[in-house]
Design a protein around this ligand. Structure first.
Ligand SMILES: Nc1ncnc2c1ncn2[C@@H]1O[C@H](COP(=O)(O)OP(=O)(O)OP(=O)(O)O)[C@@H](O)[C@H]1O
Length: 590
């Protein structure tokens, strides 16, 4: 059954691509002359919107210069045409895409530092500046009337439409494969949380620049195709206001979904065409797109999500009955998973002379006049679980941020397995084997459970291993979409994914927040099996003392940014200073 599902998932995109090509060919012979010309415009626009779907829809970066990348692609094609460069149109088109992709990386550099409205200004400014330059210098061949030569096999409009359809299918397949890859997961992760992305060892810079490059390359291909369509491209096809409208269209349609990007491309041509037929000036099309965009932004959703949401609700109702019948089987699977996670008998003992796997010496963090941490030192032994506790504001989260590299201005030293990692950025620390989770939700809802776990784990996982780990921690199955999972469960998935990365040290910042007391304890019982099973040491920040008692062998207590007590669990919890400063006799004594 599972194998059949996987085969369907692999073959479905290929089948859809073949069907799309057949449809493209049928349309190329069936449509009337003028409609074919409009259809070419729809296809070229779809490719540009597809690119926006990557940078804006997936990676969440505002980019208001997509048609400028189109202009770059068109310029390169027109220039190579004038130069009569070898290879012909297809080679020129690829060159246009590559040059636009490089331009995308250059424009993406400010995106590493800027966000929101500032980035919008930079990208729109670039579009405006390029537009002025284009109007002044004109496209190659424009003054002499040299028309771009289409590929010999696709010279008529009908044939050229089919050629454009082939290019669209190739681009869509490419985007589909990228979205399924690690780099595609990194786009969705970075859109949701840059800190969460860095914490799993993924370079935020690479995620953002790759999204810009792919998006711009698609813009370049779209512009190159347009050059082949019109023969002589003009600056008026690539104005900043058109880029802005295209961006709104991408947001409104939900262009990170490939079918919706194509739908957006169709709307881009259809709306002005209909307005023209009704005797309304075509520029009013921008007003229509603007209104649709406002509706999408204020509702916080988009057309693609709305359609899929309605479909999922229907499918879910139908599946509910099946799920109920399978509940007993799931229980068995969980038991099996628990067995699988039991400490293996052959587990290697920790060598007696093994040093601490994590050592923190004299850690200090100041926020202005506030000393959030002062001279905090601790050592975590291999395959142990240390509890880090303390009242609200004691400095626990600040400690995790500093140790995992998110507060580089701290003083003191952090050693991982004897190696000084104090100077490393968070992603590099994560790749060395220091993983952490967050108090706030950092699990990108756009991914499936499986895609997220594979992204975080950064290693090959077979499906059974993945499903077992999820079942063990009480997480939903791999196929589940994270947007359908509540926040408490998402945090368990975050833990399962971090565990599967096989870290040397895993720091959990209140991992069971959002779960009931019973679920807390169940989670604790399962947690105790993880260090031996994965050769991992855990530091857990937790307010629930029952959970701390269940899982921690050692405890460090922070108070006002200083270590108040440290040592074996019972000894620390019975320490009068801890009782007085932290919770009061009644609670600790229970
Ligand atoms: N970015 C910041 N700027 C200024 N002060 C901060 C910042 N982050 C934390 N603090 C302060 O540092 C101190 C320690 O905060 P921290 O969040 O580390 O405590 P905590 O022990 O994790 O608390 P809680 O249990 O409520 O999560 C608090 O006084 C907090 O107000």
């Amino acid at each position: 059954m599972l194998l059949a599902n996987r085969r369907v998932r692999t073959l479905a995109p290929i089948a859809i691509a073949v069907l799309a090509l057949v449809l493209g060919w049928a349309l190329s012979v069936g449509l009337s002359g003028y409609v074919v010309y409009l259809a070419i415009s729809m296809v070229t626009a779809s490719i540009a919107v597809l690119g926006l779907g990557v940078v804006t829809g997936s990676a969440g970066i505002i980019a208001l210069c997509q048609l400028t990348f189109g202009a770059i692609g068109a310029w390169v094609v027109a220039w190579l045409n004038v130069q009569e460069a070898p290879g012909g149109f297809i080679v020129w088109l690829i060159a246009g895409g590559l040059v636009a992709g490089l331009a995308g990386i250059l424009i993406g550099l400010p995106a590493l530092r800027l966000r929101g409205v500032n980035l919008a200004v930079v990208t729109l400014g670039f579009a405006a500046a390029f537009d002025v330059m284009l109007v002044q210098t004109q496209f190659p061949g424009q003054t002499d009337g040299v028309s771009v030569e289409r590929p010999a096999l696709f010279s008529s409009d009908r044939e050229y439409f089919f050629f454009c359809a082939i290019v669209l299918v190739v681009c869509a397949l490419g985007v589909f494969l990228l979205q399924r890859s690690r780099i595609g997961s990194s786009w969705k992760a970075v859109a949701f949380s840059e800190r969460g992305t860095a914490a799993v060892g993924q370079s935020v810079r690479l995620a953002k620049l790759s999204a810009f490059a792919v998006s711009a390359a698609l813009g370049g291909v779209s512009g190159g195709l347009l050059a082949g369509q019109v023969g002589i491209p003009y600056a008026s096809s690539f104005t900043p206001i058109q880029s802005l409208a295209l961006y709104i269209l991408a947001v409104m349609s939900g262009a990170y979904l490939i079918d919706m990007a194509i739908f957006g491309g169709i709307l881009w041509v259809l709306v002005p065409e209909l307005l023209k037929r009704w005797g309304v000036p075509q520029d009013w099309g921008f007003v229509v797109f603007g209104l649709l965009g406002i509706q999408a932004l204020t509702s916080g959703s988009n057309l693609g999500e709305a359609i899929r949401g309605a479909f999922r609700t229907r499918v879910k109702r139908r599946q509910a009955a099946i799920v109920a019948a399978a509940a007993a089987a799931t229980e068995d699977a969980t038991t099996t998973a628990l067995d699988a996670f039991a400490v293996p008998e052959a587990a290697l003992p920790v060598p007696a002379d093994a040093g601490p796997v994590l050592e923190v010496r004299g850690l200090g963090v100041e926020f202005g006049a506030l000393k959030a941490l002062s001279e905090v030192s601790l050592a975590v032994q291999p395959r142990t679980i240390m509890g880090l506790i303390g009242p609200n504001g004691a400095g626990k989260s600040t400690f995790v941020d500093a140790v995992s590299g998110f507060l580089p201005q701290h003083t003191g030293t952090v050693l991982l397995d004897g190696e000084d990692i104090t100077q490393l950025v968070p992603a590099a620390r994560a790749r060395r084997g220091l993983r952490r989770t967050f108090q706030q939700d950092r699990v990108p809802p756009q991914l499936t459970v499986e895609a997220y776990v594979r992204f975080v784990a950064r290693r090959r996982l077979d499906h059974d291993e993945l499903a077992e780990a999820l079942a063990f921690l009480g997480c939903p199955p791999p196929e589940e979409h994270l947007s359908n999972v509540d926040v408490g469960t998402r945090r368990l998935i975050e833990v399962a994914a971090a565990v599967l990365s096989g870290p040397k040290v895993l720091i959990l910042d209140e991992p069971a927040a959002g779960l009931s007391h019973e679920e807390h304890l169940q989670f604790g019982q399962r947690l105790t099996r993880i260090p031996s099973r994965f050769d991992t040491a855990i530091v857990i920040i937790e307010h629930d003392l029952d959970l701390v008692r269940t899982v921690c062998t050692e405890i460090t207590v922070l108070d006002f940014g200083r270590v108040l007590a440290q040592g074996q669990q019972q000894e620390v919890l019975e320490n009068p200073a801890v009782i007085a400063a932290y919770m009061g006799d009644a609670e600790l004594g229970s």
